[in-house]
Design a protein around this ligand. Structure first.
Ligand SMILES: [Fe+2]
Ligand SMILES: [Fe+2]
Length: 331
């Protein structure tokens, strides 16, 4: 069910240069990024047959600092059980959606997108709680998850613009699944962030496959349709800081879509889902997630000898680990 690709901080697309590490940034790259606010971003053309190959664009993590210890045999079993439950859950929901929406694409996408942004909000809720209790402070996780939810919100707005939410039943179903999914994700994330991130990876993987299939089936029709106004605004006219921020397997400023028709819109939504998938995969290794901008800024800061403002980090993996560390630190 879930796509299998190794964790990473950054990688480049197959068509771009093979930059796989922050430390390998060239001086030219640094100058390029420093000047990004000074000039208008130059868009790159999305090639018609370009396909996001997640396995190829996701390189092994570059920094050795966070290299996790290999899992014990007990942990391996726990991971297997967690992933089996997630796959079962995802496949069950997919079967229901296949039954209800086999011939109604836009309502199906509306339901999917309503559900899709829920886990990011749930992650942020739990992370805020940890921070309030002094158990955890990782601003990069909050920032990346907000950027992910911002991206998913625009997918949802596009589906609403296309009329996916016209029937009350679709809204009713999507909103009730979302409520259930929110509380389930909060509970799961508090117990096992790894499991919650894997479930999201399964959902994102399904979203990628759904859009990929739709593009292949309806590609010719979509090329004749004018683009969604919301998509044009989001992908080409707004500040793209948050757009870069959720794509943790890419360098900032390396993906700039051109939206000329609905085919371009769905291609980019599909590619967004692939980027979410990679980010969710990276999150399953504790401490592996980096904000693309923060990581880049660290590189520039080290070159300029300006470290800026650094918040102290406290770490924990789920509520059990948080309570254990909180008690241990006080004694
Ligand atoms: Fe989406
Ligand atoms: Fe998604």
């Amino acid at each position: 069910m879930a796509a299998s690709f190794p964790p990473s901080i950054f990688s480049s697309s197959p068509s771009s240069s093979k930059l796989t590490s922050i430390s390998s940034f060239s001086r030219d790259s640094s100058l390029h990024f420093r000047s990004r606010r000074m000039r208008k971003v130059r868009a790159t053309i999305l090639r018609e047959n370009e396909k996001v190959v997640v396995e190829e664009t996701f390189q092994p993590k570059a920094s050795p600092d966070h290299e996790p210890p290999p899992p014990t045999s007990v942990e391996k079993w726990v991971i297997k059980i967690e992933q089996s439950i997630n796959i079962l859950l995802t496949e069950s929901v997919i079967k229901v959606l296949d039954t209800l929406y086999h011939d109604r694409d836009y309502p199906r996408f509306f339901v999917l997108e309503t559900i899709a942004r829920v886990p990011y909000f749930a992650f942020m809720s739990v992370l805020h709680m940890y921070e309030s209790f002094g158990w955890w402070r990782k601003s990069e996780y909050l920032k990346v998850h907000f950027a992910e939810s911002w991206n998913e919100m625009h997918h949802l707005l596009i589906m609403e613009e296309l009329g996916g939410n016209a029937w009350w039943f679709d809204r009713f179903l999507a909103q009730h699944i979302a409520i259930f999914y929110y509380f389930m994700t909060v509970f799961m994330y508090a117990l096992s962030p790894r499991m919650a991130y894997h479930l999201s990876e399964c959902v994102e993987s399904h979203a990628f496959e759904t859009y990929d299939k739709f593009i292949k089936e309806k590609g010719d029709e979509l090329k004749q349709l004018p683009p969604s106004k919301i998509a044009v605004k989001y992908y080409t006219e707004e500040d793209l800081y948050l757009f870069d921020e959720f794509q943790t397997a890419r360098l900032p400023n390396t993906r700039r879509p051109i939206i000329k028709n609905m085919y371009d819109v769905f291609m980019n939504i599909r590619d967004d889902e692939a980027e979410h998938c990679k980010t969710m995969k990276a999150c399953q290794t504790h401490g592996n997630l980096r904000s693309p901008h923060d990581a880049y800024n660290e590189t520039v800061s080290s070159e300029d000898d300006d470290i800026g403002c650094i918040l102290p980090d406290a770490e924990c993996e789920g509520i059990v680990d948080c309570i254990k560390k909180s008690i241990t630190n006080k004694s």
